[in-house]
Design a protein around this ligand. Structure first.
Ligand SMILES: Nc1ncnc2c1ncn2[C@@H]1O[C@H](COP(=O)(O)OP(=O)(O)OP(=O)(O)O)[C@@H](O)[C@H]1O
Length: 514
């Protein structure tokens, strides 16, 4: 098959045009005048055949168009390039890049989803049925044949999900599904651009996807250029890095880039701030032998777990292991939350607490919420953060103290309160969602992939703020596949619960206070 063909990774045969070549050019957003500030100035970038490049953003003050997305947009033919007449992709030999350059972005919501609310809880009720459009149907509609679908799905470890409705896939499973969609589309891509492809993937799946991308790239079918955050580990097959920072770009060898890397922002912030020890009071969450099943699919199996006030938990598990399902029981978003006899929240059976009350008492951010949020030009950062008081997307006039608190949180996190949400970078948007989860100082906060799309400077600021803000009274469930990004560590009595095969085990790697 075309996508499994392999070839030795060799230097470019003489005479083959470079994949990318831009010499002394400035890149402008479409529609920007000649006098406006370029998104990237003085770009000098050549990608020779046989090289593997990552575009890495290292912005201290990210601008909506000046970072890695400007480079990806350039390769997609969406930017104006000056001097005019430069063809940034000579290897296409004049072929229309809109046909053969595909991109998959994971830190932003596709524009086609518009400004309305997308009900992410529908996935919990999605059923296998004759009418449901399955993952396989969606791929077939793109022109893929079953043999290709089966091979690629097996390689990406999503084969047993092909007959599920696409909406039922977990966050990490959806990421792999989107890569499959891009690869199996007709016409096949010659260049595939992936923006943060490894975020949201568990440590087991990351090498699986990375290895697939490596073998595709080495066989030129398609070539891959990926954009990463500065704090992400660099796949070992990447040979060169384009560092983009504050509207300027610099090329370095991957080995030099790795050698210059320092500790993660969370590690730095943890080192500089003291430990916060949790308090001991009656549990705020108790699960006793809780089960969740979809027909024959047993997602959670006899899960028993207790969260005490102030405890900091890292909920771990591979993609599809049931982390989102488990947290949706706590927030009441899952239909089976209401009927589950073993679920106790705030010292009461879950069915005795109305779901809107849960939404007020539990702060929550997740990729599903990020995708669901209605984005309208008239909605400001302050509007968005203040919906954290109710925990749903209701807009009502705010009291003076609420407004002051929203402003305080926005300022502390470097956000401009009156900026429209549609003008936010992915990192600013993730920061605003995190602020929303925390603004009402809830007793329990669930931070699921909270740093998705943030630059390392934003991660560093968010880490410090979370550690200062979330004192001994607030319990936190942290979900993130990058262990080094967890704002709390051993010194904070961080506790670990791991889901595997539907079962939960508590792994106390360090001596706990209890
Ligand atoms: N309606 C449904 N029908 C069948 N299976 C479902 C349905 N909804 C979810 N699942 C399955 O339940 C499993 C758990 O999904 P969940 O989103 O909880 O995983 P996760 O651990 O949060 O994954 P990730 O790390 O990718 O976010 C997945 O394998 C998913 O495909």
């Amino acid at each position: 098959m075309w996508f499994l063909a392999r070839r030795l990774f060799s230097t470019a045969p003489a005479g083959r045009p470079p994949v990318v070549r831009v010499i002394d050019a400035s890149i402008f957003a479409p529609g920007a005048s000649h006098r406006s500030v370029p998104a990237i100035s003085n770009l000098n970038w050549t990608v020779n055949d046989g090289e593997a490049w990552a575009v890495i953003e290292n912005d201290s003050a990210p601008r909506p168009v000046g970072g890695k997305s400007a480079i990806l947009q350039l390769l997609l033919g969406h930017m104006r390039i000056s001097p005019a007449g430069i063809d940034p992709l000579p290897f296409l030999k004049g072929q229309d890049c809109r046909e053969v350059v595909h991109s998959v972005a994971f830190s932003t919501r596709p524009k086609s989803w518009g400004g309305g609310f997308y009900d992410y809880t529908s996935r919990y009720g999605a059923a296998r049925g004759e009418d449901a459009r399955t993952f396989r149907h969606v791929l077939q509609d793109l022109g893929a044949v079953d043999e290709q679908i089966d091979q690629l799905a097996t390689r990406l470890e999503v084969h047993d999900l092909l007959d599920l409705p696409l909406v039922a896939l977990s966050n990490g499973q959806t990421r792999r599904a989107r890569v499959m969609q891009a690869l199996l589309r007709t016409p096949h891509p010659k260049l595939l651009l992936l923006d943060e492809p490894l975020t949201g993937l568990d440590p087991h799946v990351r090498p699986v996807l990375s290895e697939l991308l490596r073998s595709l790239h080495e066989s030129d079918s398609p070539r891959i250029i990926m954009a990463l955050r500065a704090q992400d580990p660099l796949p070992e097959w990447i040979t060169h890095v384009l560092k983009v920072s504050d509207g300027r770009a610099e090329t370095v060898k991957a080995s030099e880039f790795v050698a210059a890397k320092t500790d993660s922002p969370a590690q730095v912030a943890r080192r500089e701030h003291g430990a916060v020890a949790p308090d001991e009071r009656p549990p705020i969450v108790q699960l006793k032998n809780v089960n969740v099943k979809y027909h024959e699919r047993h997602v959670l199996r006899d899960v028993t777990w207790t969260i005490l006030p102030g405890e900091k938990w890292h909920l771990q598990g591979y993609n599809g292991s049931g982390k989102t399902t488990l947290t949706s029981l706590l927030t009441g978003a899952h239909p089976q939350s209401y009927t589950n006899p073993g679920l106790f929240l705030f010292n009461q059976p879950r069915r005795k607490i109305p779901t809107p009350v849960l939404a007020q008492r539990i702060g929550h951010t997740s990729p599903e919420i990020a995708a669901a949020l209605p984005r309208r030009a008239s909605m400001t950062v302050a509007d968005l953060i203040s919906t954290g008081y109710e925990g749903h997307f209701a807009f009502r006039p705010r009291s003076t103290s609420e407004l002051a608190r929203v402003q305080e949180v926005a300022t502390a996190l470097g956000l401009t309160a009156d900026k429209s949400v549609i003008d936010l970078t992915p990192g600013e948007f993730a920061t605003a969602l995190m602020a929303r989860a925390m603004v009402a100082k809830p007793e329990l906060v669930i931070l699921d992939e909270a740093f998705m799309g943030m630059t390392s400077a934003q991660v560093e600021r968010a880490t410090r703020w979370l550690r200062e803000e979330s004192g001994p009274d607030q319990a936190v469930v942290w979900i993130g596949h990058w262990e080094s990004e967890c704002p709390w560590g051993d010194d904070d009595y961080l506790r670990i619960v791991r889901l595997e095969g539907g079962s939960a085990s508590v792994l106390d790697a360090q001596p706990s206070r209890r």
